[in-house]
Design a protein around this ligand. Sequence first.
Ligand code: FDP
Length: 339
Amino acid sequence: MLVKRKGITVSRQIMDDQLLHPGATGELTGLLNDLVVAGKIISAEVNMAGLADILGQSGRTNIQGENVQKLDVFANQTIKRRMEQCGHVCVMASEEDDDIIPVLEGYEGNYTIAFDPLDGSTNIDVNVSIGTIFSIHRRLSPSPGQGNVGDLLQKGGKQVAAGYIIYGSSTVMVYTTGSGVHGFTLDPSVGEFFLSHPNIKIPDASLYYSVNEAYANHWFDSTRRFIDHLKTTDGGKGAYSLRYIGSLVADFHRNLIKGGIFLYPRDKKSGEKSEGKLRLLYEAAPLAMIAEQAGGRAITDDGRRILDIEPTKLHQRVPLIIGSKRDVDLAEKFLRGEM
Ligand code: FDP
């Protein structure tokens, strides 16, 4: 295993990951490198977002020569354009599109990508951290040629890579190819991501919980008792604090670095038979792979491991409990009625 030094570039790290797989063809490396480019383009646009209203549509064009458009539409288009002609993807799915997205003819590769182009959409216009989440699988259908929906409907445990790019006070890319989790910070002055968080391990236990407490009246009893427990641990002395940004990627990133547990469970309003709000393919599965690679856990509110869930449709939703291992273990006990 190579010793990781802060400061190496993300491209170097992606190549090092490839060296861990002797039979690798370089396709995944090429795909990830193109995703990095997409992240840089989106980051530049996010940084200009506040100026869009001032500059308006009058003459300000983006890198593709188009007028400024809504950020989520821009992010979606940017990723699709990079991926459809990178030569390593056979089919895509985006949280923003109803159906599968084909790639350009002649450019079909051996991987699939599912992505949420800009997670945390309600925070876009107010300078709060948002992010791109991605999930990559190897195709199942025979190569060459276009992939199909079956290539995308694979369980999270089969992901070959997953990650996110968070556009916050700085732009940070966190990803895993199954050999640990690394974080890179974009230096905008040179346009390069440098290793800033080598081999991330999520603290085992924490003092933070993240949940939309406005829904407390609708929570099932098990959720309410768990959150009450966190608030009163040690008679209140060692009690947890609430941190809820409302952008999953930002809440997850904070918990990954500082430790914490994030919950988006089913409740009485959505119903026991519902699946919560968050999407399995674009949100829960990729973040679950990162959480587990970093030593954490990700389960549903009835104790199923997120990475074991076989998707049946592209936009499938799933209740999500994710974060520090001991916190998720504890939540599981409450949800199973053991506490
Ligand atoms: P948003 O609706 O702003 O796009 O899945 C989308 C998401 O944000 C997550 O990023 C976030 O964690 C969650 O929904 C917030 O939902 P609530 O407003 O119901 O808390």
